[in-house]
Design a protein around this ligand. Structure first.
Ligand SMILES: Cc1cc2nc3c(=O)[nH]c(=O)nc-3n(C[C@H](O)[C@H](O)[C@H](O)COP(=O)(O)O)c2cc1C
Ligand code: SF4
Ligand code: SF4
Length: 261
């Protein structure tokens, strides 16, 4: 059975998840969602996965835009992993409904908890917590992959009811504002003009002007630019200069640059 996993990632958690899932189900092609232009190549696959981070308690805009371009097929087995920091909320239900609106079924949806990359609220936490989360996520993927390999159907994972009520309202409130949230970024004097922030942006929203990054107002808030800057020179508000940067320890800068190209 030929499988493809489409992924979106800012700091590598979702790429690592996609790799682990691919290995556990006996192999899959991995294709970044960023820059996907449709074209129907997906029709060669009998099984299609989506792996992406939860953003603001729901499906990120980049994933919604990607799905609009995907040539969906009701005969294909669809599965997903929503990678998050402990609040998956209604994300996989939202994705299941989106797939339904395209005439297809999301047959499996896994809640995968990994360290938080949402630096405006703080760093990823102590090293042992990071390690434990990664180990537990690996175990979750190992257990759940067998059903996906056998193309079984089950209700998608979801957060508790209170989360789905409170955070769905917040998702609706924040979603239209996300693209302009890059107004909060600035580069401080540690910037050495290396241009990495521009190269990791999956939507080409960062340009280097006079040696400094400039944000274009079309942000998807993946936080790649702030997290991968080798000088920790990008700040978002007043607090981030004190917070530790994060990316998944098994994912390299070159992987993120490739995924953004
Ligand atoms: C803009 C933004 C919003 C986020 N919202 C949530 C959220 O609603 N729930 C949650 O558990 N984690 C949230 N996170 C954390 C990420 O989902 C989590 O760290 C994820 O593993 C990052 O995956 P990546 O490394 O593939 O980008 C958010 C992160 C970002 C950047
Ligand atoms: S990645 Fe950091 S150091 Fe490099 S250009 Fe961007 S802000 Fe400056
Ligand atoms: S500007 Fe930064 S946070 Fe926004 S999409 Fe690009 S890399 Fe992600």
């Amino acid at each position: 059975m030929k499988t493809v996993i489409y992924y979106f990632t800012g700091t590598g958690n979702s790429l690592w998840t996609a790799r682990r899932l691919a290995a556990e189900i006996g192999g899959a092609d991995l294709v970044p969602m960023a820059g996907f232009n449709g074209g129907g190549t997906e029709s060669n696959y009998e099984s299609v996965g989506f792996v992406f981070p939860v953003h603001m308690w729901g499906v990120p805009r980049l994933v919604i835009d990607f799905l609009k371009k995907l040539d969906t097929n009701p005969g294909v087995y669809y599965f997903a992993a929503a990678v998050n920091a402990g609040q998956v909320s209604r994300t996989l239900i939202q994705l299941r409904n989106l797939m339904k609106s395209y005439g297809s079924t999301l047959s499996a949806g896994i809640d995968v908890v990994l360290p938080s990359n949402y630096i405006p609220w703080g760093g990823p936490g102590p090293a042992e917590t990071v390690r434990r989360r990664i180990d537990e996520a690996g175990e979750t993927l190992r257990c759940r992959a067998a059903a996906i390999a056998k193309r079984e159907s089950a209700p998608v994972d979801r957060g508790p009811l209170w989360q789905r009520i409170v955070f769905t309202a917040l998702y609706r409130l924040t979603f239209p504002r996300i693209s302009a949230m890059d107004k909060g970024f600035l580069a401080d004097d540690k910037c050495n003009s290396c241009g990495i922030c521009a190269r990791v942006c999956p939507v080409g929203n960062v340009a280097i002007r006079e040696g400094r990054p400039a944000w274009g107002g079309g942000c998807v808030q993946c936080l790649s630019c702030i997290q991968w800057c080798p000088k920790a020179a990008i700040q978002y508000g007043k607090k981030t200069s004190a917070y530790e940067r994060y990316h998944h320890p098994e994912v390299r800068l070159v992987d993120i640059i490739r995924a953004a190209e």
